[in-house]
Design a protein around this ligand. Structure first.
Ligand code: 3PG
Length: 402
């Protein structure tokens, strides 16, 4: 981004891929963290006089426009937060997008409608994606020479997706990494390099299967892996414990057995859990030791003994990576485990990175100080894939560009 700003962007059209995929409750944004994280890049470009065309997705629409996935609430929030006028186009590359982009004055910002309203964005067919990417590039005026249109990749949360607006368009326009992508990569490289020891990873979330690749790649490199969230019950079942009606991935039990056999001394599992008679904020609850889980009840949070044990590990850590809540933090009775663990990270002197949309939302929803963490990543899947050591298409494609 600095190279591009040094080149000069005044009057040029800059296509920016941002990750503005925020959680919504009806039409209300419940956590605007990703929008705020995208402001510096968009703001700097607008201040420097660029005509900024932002493209982003929201949720996973099926390739056609659906009102509930409209970026309208995001455009409204961007307008409130940015010192520049933001106009939302009614479509992605159609007549509205063209006239909105053509009408941009220097320093103004256009937001295209949800890029996933066009099925070609996420197509597995390279030719289809390529055709769509050409339309996107044409929208900002590709081929206008060295002082013409450029692409800035700033949606770190989507760089693991080989999609038209992330990957293919970067081959058609001079492409630059935005400030957010650069900052995220710098932080995550610190974790894949030689992190200060002990290196403690806290993993939660609902499914072991979603996290298996990252668990396998992290285990040889970490000192401790603290497991919570829905996924801990599959590990407990692998240890032969009854888990009641808690979340369970039966087909992953053997895998968990293998992980425990290979690296059991590094993996910490709950000693107690908070159980509920049903999945509801006003459920009847009871905290039990893991050997005493009630048959028809479900575990919805780690218990206080576990939270304190995890907090003790975190107190002495040199580096911490946290992905996934410890319980159903959105419901007050099941938020304690996540709160205690998150507070322990805040209180420790460790270099700490929060990865994942849900964990980042939990930090804000629980009112924890964002400054208490060294970095809160905007990437969920992207930060996990980075830590797995995978080549991320949206980053790889930028290499070799000016
Ligand atoms: C995310 O929420 O992790 C990113 O916005 C990517 O979204 P996706 O998983 O739907 O591609």
């Amino acid at each position: 981004l600095d190279d591009l700003l040094a080149e000069g962007v005044s009057g040029r059209r800059v296509l920016v891929r941002a990750d503005l995929n925020v959680p919504l409750d009806g039409g209300t944004i419940t956590d605007d963290g990703r929008i705020r994280a995208s402001l510096p890049t968009i703001g700097k470009l607008a201040e420097a006089g660029a005509r900024v065309v932002v493209t982003a997705h929201l949720g996973r629409p099926k390739g056609t426009p659906e009102p509930k996935y409209s970026l309208a609430p995001v455009a409204a929030r961007l307008n409130e937060l940015l010192d520049a006028t933001v106009t939302l186009a009614d479509d992605v590359v159609g007549a509205s997008a063209r006239s909105t982009v053509e009408g941009l004055a220097d320093g103004e910002v256009a937001l295209l409608e949800n890029i996933r309203f066009d099925a070609r964005e996420t197509s597995k067919d390279e030719a289809e994606r390529g055709a769509f990417a050409r339309e996107l590039a044409a929208l900002v005026g590709a081929g206008a020479g060295p002082s013409g249109a450029v692409f800035v990749s700033d949606g770190f949360g989507v760089v693991h997706r080989k999609q038209a607006s992330v990957y293919d368009v970067a081959k058609l326009l001079p492409a630059y990494a935005g400030g957010l992508v650069l900052a995220e990569v710098e932080v995550l490289r610190r974790l894949t390099g030689t992190p200060d020891r002990p290196y403690v990873v806290v993993l939660g979330g609902s499914k072991v299967s979603d996290k298996l690749a990252v668990i396998e790649s992290l285990l040889p490199r970490v000192d401790k892996l603290l497991v919570g969230g829905g996924m801990c019950f599959t590990f407990m079942a692998a240890e032969g414990l009854g888990v009641g009606s808690s979340l369970l991935e039966g087909e992953m039990i053997d895998t968990c057995k293998r992980l425990l056999a290979d690296a059991g001394e590094k993996i910490m599992l709950p000693a107690d859990v908070k159980m509920a008679d049903r999945f509801a904020a006003d459920a009847v609850t009871e905290t039990v030791l893991v050997a005493e889980m009630r048959e028809d009840w479900m575990g919805l949070d780690i218990g206080p003994i576990t939270a304190e044990r995890y907090a003790a590990e975190l107190a002495d850590a040199g580096t911490v990576f946290w992905n996934g809540p410890m319980g159903v933090f959105e419901m007050a009775p099941f938020a304690d485990g996540t709160r205690v663990v998150a507070q322990a990270i805040v209180d420790s002197d460790a270099y700490s990175v929060v990865g994942g949309g849900d964990s980042a939302s939990a930090v804000r929803a629980l009112g924890l100080p964002e400054g208490g963490f060294s970095h809160i990543s905007t990437g969920g899947g992207a930060s996990l894939e980075f830590l797995e050591g995978k080549d991320l298409p949206g980053i790889a494609v930028l290499e070799g560009h000016p």
